[in-house]
Design a protein around this ligand. Sequence first.
Ligand code: DGI
Ligand code: FE
Ligand code: FE
Ligand code: FE
Length: 186
Amino acid sequence: MNLETLKSQVKQQLPSKRYDHTLGVVATSEQLAKRYNTSVESAQIAALLHDIAKYLPNDLLKEKLESAKETDYLNYSPLVWHAPVGAIVAKETYQIKDSDILNAIKYHTTGKAAMTTLEKIVFLADYIEPNRTQPGVEEIRELATKDLDVAVAQTLANTVAYLSSKGKGDIHPDTLAAYEYYRQYL
Ligand code: DGI
Ligand code: FE
Ligand code: FE
Ligand code: FE
């Protein structure tokens, strides 16, 4: 399937604001893929599909996690469920077979320790794409032009601080492991 076909399918699946966010993640992922010498095509596909499961109802997300034996996620905030389910949908509905692309979708919300370049790019692009306005985002955009690991580290530091301050429920262990790992770059 070519990228334009995939784009029009994703557009039909998402509310227009979320589709705009998705196109922002695609554009930022393309730039980062060029800057950090990894496949632009993989970055485009992973970015386009990263939030594909964002609007599935929680009971359906739960069913998909149960079928895939990914029930650990059910112990954490439903806000993180769309990421692993997005990877399942990308595989089942969009016939994506590349495990690096599937993992970039799966870990785009939590991150994880020792990510691949593609995983780091989608994780970071989701946080810094042009529509994002959260405090500190400008500093991370600047870091992203210089050092991918430092930018990922600062994103994790900000996310962990934000989640702790908001009392958003338990922080997923992959998020904590990612922060423990990437702190070395700060
Ligand atoms: O789907 P997006 O809005 O584009 O962004 P995302 O997939 O990064 O999801 C962000 C949401 O997920 C945000 O409300 C914070 C929340 N989140 C991210 N990591 C964790 C988390 N929530 C909990 N409880 N635990 C986490 O580890
Ligand atoms: Fe997301
Ligand atoms: Fe994110
Ligand atoms: Fe997103």
